[in-house]
Write a protein that binds this ligand. Structure first.
Ligand code: UDX
Ligand code: UDX
Length: 434
């Protein structure tokens, strides 16, 4: 099939490349000329495992194309996927749909023959109806449907290829057949094809992300209780998660959840519900608890290091919101590092995805290019992101400061082993912080 992806961010680029890989002709469009020129020379503008190779393979097979010319891309496609960002409006809970609407206006301008117009971007319930209003002049040329993405950064290619379900929301039954055909290489391997109304699909996306965020927040709060009551949170996650009705995934306690989706989608859902005068009090509490979690964790850093942080050497292992991505959106590090710097701490950080522009102006905060340089002589090492290369660090060898401490925010290390090695070790939801 002939597809066009508008927006080559984390979602548009991965989906476009994977659609090409299952045999479609895909044109990816982006207004960012720099991104397009990188992509044309085979370089992925984002860090996503396996994506570079897949882009090269499909680009040279002439199934995958990149352009900044939206007119050309629209003209040569039958199905158009909108994959532009839908961030939260600054200072509110509202979703900023201006990129989506702007791109619909352009699509309207250039469309001459029948197309399926798909929102892959996460959009509030009822957005499809608003899009129909924008394109009403050429209404007969479009079927507007919703096909939300469920790709986790760092595992996005796998999630595309082996989805738990593919959700298609349309008010016109015959579009389901076209979409079923498009996704047949995945449904043939067992992916569930779930159809519903357009509004239904829009809401399923928000409901899924808000529920996952609730699971994480629930376990994070229970981790606080575990620390006070001498219980290990991992036992609780396992014991609870073994109940099929609950399920064991997304029950890992850690820092505040972050990323481009959970923070924005929980807020977006509350905003949409408020508009309909429905009080989603559970989701509201989740947002608040996740916000407060960063204060709670910085208070613990004070407890570990003593009340004054002045001239304390703190080394961060990982600063992205999760491993295997370069994405910094809503990472706990964005609040924690500036706070510690303000308190006079001397900060080093190392992240396998490289230096971060977000920290360039932070006082006494330096990027180090490997674990050893980063941790040397530290008073406290904070493990924030569970990248594989952090799993087997010989802390005594790399730190060389007899009194160092380790605060493991992902429970990556074995507490007993740390004890055996006489390392002052603190983690999350394990009975070790008084
Ligand atoms: C996506 C979705 O769109 C969002 O709704 C979902 O919840 C998360 O995933 P993401 O791929 O992470 O967002 O966004 P981003 O990485 O910001 O990429 C958006 C791309 O669209 C950028 O490359 C931007 O240049 C491009 N864009 C934006 C356009 O090409 N045209 C526009 O008008 C606006
Ligand atoms: C999420 C959705 O999972 C995915 O379906 C899509 O809608 C995009 O948004 P993503 O944000 O890329 O994916 O990563 P995810 O693995 O969901 O992690 C989100 C945040 O939750 C991260 O900060 C992660 O560290 C945290 N998390 C996740 C936990 O703290 N504990 C867990 O058990 C799982």
């Amino acid at each position: 099939m002939k597809l066009c992806m508008i927006g080559t961010g984390y979602v548009g680029l991965v989906s476009g490349t994977c659609f090409a890989d299952i045999g479609n002709q895909v044109i990816c469009v982006d207004k960012d000329l720099d991104k397009i020129s990188k992509l044309k020379s085979g370089i992925s503008p984002i860090y996503e495992p396996g994506l570079d190779e897949l882009i090269k393979k499909n680009y040279s097979a002439k199934r995958l194309f990149f352009t900044s010319n939206i007119k050309q891309a629209i003209n040569s496609s039958d199905i158009i996927f909108i994959c532009v960002g839908t961030p939260t409006k600054k200072g509110s809970l509202k979703v900023d749909l201006s990129y989506v609407y702007k791109c619909c206006k352009e699509i309207l301008k250039f469309t001459k023959k029948k197309k399926i117009l798909v929102t892959k971007s996460t959009v509030p319930v009822g957005t499809g109806d608003e899009i129909e209003k924008i394109i009403k002049k050429k209404k007969k040329l479009f079927t507007v449907i919703s096909n939300p993405e469920f790709l986790r950064e760092g595992e996005a290619i796998r999630d595309f290829r082996y989805p738990d379900r593919i959700v298609i929301g349309s008010n016109e039954k015959k579009t389901f057949n076209t979409m079923k055909k498009l996704y047949s290489p995945l449904t043939n391997k067992g992916a569930k094809f779930f159809t519903t109304s357009r509004r239904g699909a829009e809401l399923i996306k928000y409901a899924s992300n808000a529920f996952l965020a609730t699971k994480i927040t629930f376990i994070n709060e229970l981790a606080n209780l575990c620390e006070k009551s001498g219980v290990n949170i991992e036992d609780i996650s396992l014991g609870m998660g073994s109940d099929n009705r609950i399920g064991g995934r997304f029950l890992r306690a850690g820092p505040a959840y972050g990323g481009s989706c959970f923070p924005k989608d929980t807020k977006g859902l509350v905003f949409a519900a408020d508009k309909h005068k429905v009080n989603l009090s559970v989701v509201k509490s989740v947002i608040k608890s996740n916000f407060n979690r960063i204060n709670l964790l910085t208070n613990r850093i004070h407890k570990i290091l003593g009340s004054s942080l002045k001239n304390k050497k703190i080394s961060f292992l990982g600063v992205t919101f999760k491993p295997n991505t370069d994405d910094m959106r809503d990472s706990t590090s964005l609040k924690m590092i500036p706070y510690l710097s303000k308190k006079g701490a001397l900060i080093n950080y190392y992240d396998p995805s490289g230096e971060k522009k977000e920290f360039r102006k932070i006082k006494n905060c330096f990027f180090k290019n490997n674990i050893k340089n980063n941790c040397y002589n530290a008073d406290l090492v904070i493990l924030l992101t569970e990248w594989d290369e952090f799993k087997t660090i010989d802390f005594k060898k790399v730190i060389k400061n007899k009194k160092f401490k380790v605060y493991d925010l992902r429970n990556l290390y074995n507490a007993n082993e740390m004890k055996r090695n006489k390392i002052q070790y603190f983690s999350v939801g394990r009975p070790n912080i008084k």
